[in-house]
Write a protein that binds this ligand. Sequence first.
Ligand code: HEM
Length: 486
Amino acid sequence: FEQVLSRNPSEPPLVRYYVPFIGSMVEFGINPIEFIRKHQRQHGNFFTFLMFGRRMTVCVDIDGNDFVFNAKHACVTAEDAYNSLTKPVFGEGVVYDVPNAVLMEQKRMVKAGLSIENFREYIPIFVQEVNQYVDKHWTQGEGTVDLLQSISEMIILTASHTLLGPEIRSKMYEGVADLYHTLDSCFTPIHFLFEWLPLPSYYASDKAHAKLDQIFGAVIAERRKHRGEKHTDMLDALMESRYKTGELMSDKHIGNMLIALLMAGQHTSAATTTWTLLNLAARPDVVDEARSEVAARMGREIPAAADLPVPDYEDVKAFDVLDSAVRETLRIRSPLVQVMRKVVKPIAVPNTDYVIPAGNYLLASPIISATDEKYYAGAEDWVPSRWSGRDDDAEDKATTDYGFGATTTSARSPTLPFGAGRHRCIGEQFAYLQIKTILYVLLSRFEFSLDPKRGMPGRNFNSMVVLPEGPVLCRYKRRGSSAGAA
Ligand code: HEM
């Protein structure tokens, strides 16, 4: 019983499906990238498929990315696509639970906590946290670890210490990590598809939010008592920022925003760091190059020990080999392979005859162009040297002011792991700094190799953020203190 949805000729082509209502959900869910590539070959860069009663219009390649990321807000919104999924996790009053103009103001406030001045303070904290972690958990001279698990813990410890502040970081093992975990468990495709179901996780998330409100509230109240003391973290930045109206953010919304930031960076950065390290583990030549560059930049050999020197902000920025390794990882293993919007008013697709009706979802997948042979020879191969000597200034810098100090918003690059336009990621620089510093410490202190039985893991598409398929086994070996260059 092959079915075809009734199609208005002005709408993009429809993917055939066999089971009413469910549509192409199963095929898409197994491997969304292969699904999109297959139908792109058949239908072109714009096509619609049915998924659990929703019409999803896929928009790919450079024109598709540009269309979704720069669509007029009057026609296409992120909040209508995401809020049912993110509200139980982030809580009320922030990000997609407010009108877009308010989100733009909130992003401006967040930018204040992501200043270069703050970044300078964050780097020693990253180094300290990673050192502490490996000294506590990787105690053998050599061994096998679940790399995704270890890196995820390093990401949450470094991010919570720098963004949420030392008070909340000190409570991580006193229940805060478990509360995050409860919220995080709502961030699954099931919660997107069954938004109308009273799932038990919603009840658990309400309880977790109530406890976190208390914890954040107490820390904020304590800081207010000691107003003169300056803290260089996101919490302080949000406590100081005001909306255009002159109003401060409420304590509850500060807490929710901090949760949102932590969650936005958690799996994305953990997956990126893990994939980068796995690829480095398979390429000792790139590791040697990275270590030589680091030693040259720091003007000394790096000891393979916890007292390794702390790089400054300019040093980390200048670690180009690590930069290229992360950039190349993001190209072929972008953690976000589906970016969604909802059409609220019919919208025409430029340079085509298509009009997409209200009610459809738009689905962009920039990884499709990022891994297209048309743009990158050997597109599926991890070749960090593609990015060496790249000139940031020569990149397309067309920007639009969305009110939060947008950086490059052009959506016409084939590689857009951080999105583009008004919803572009604000955490990119933080993520690069955090990931590169973690790699600096780990590569200075350890040798890594892939587990001979598991090799390079495949991709797990079951979560909203695409992760390496577990268990992500990786071998580490402590480098001798006489091991020479870092
Ligand atoms: C949005 C990717 C890390 C905060 C986004 C978007 C992408 C993305 C693709 C756009 C989503 C859309 O258009 O619907 C990534 C990747 C990361 C990363 C690949 C790490 C490697 C972070 C970090 C933070 C952060 C560390 C916070 C410190 C945000 C926020 C948004 C966002 C708040 C929502 C912006 C909006 O809708 O206006 N991110 N992100 N991200 N990111 Fe990131």
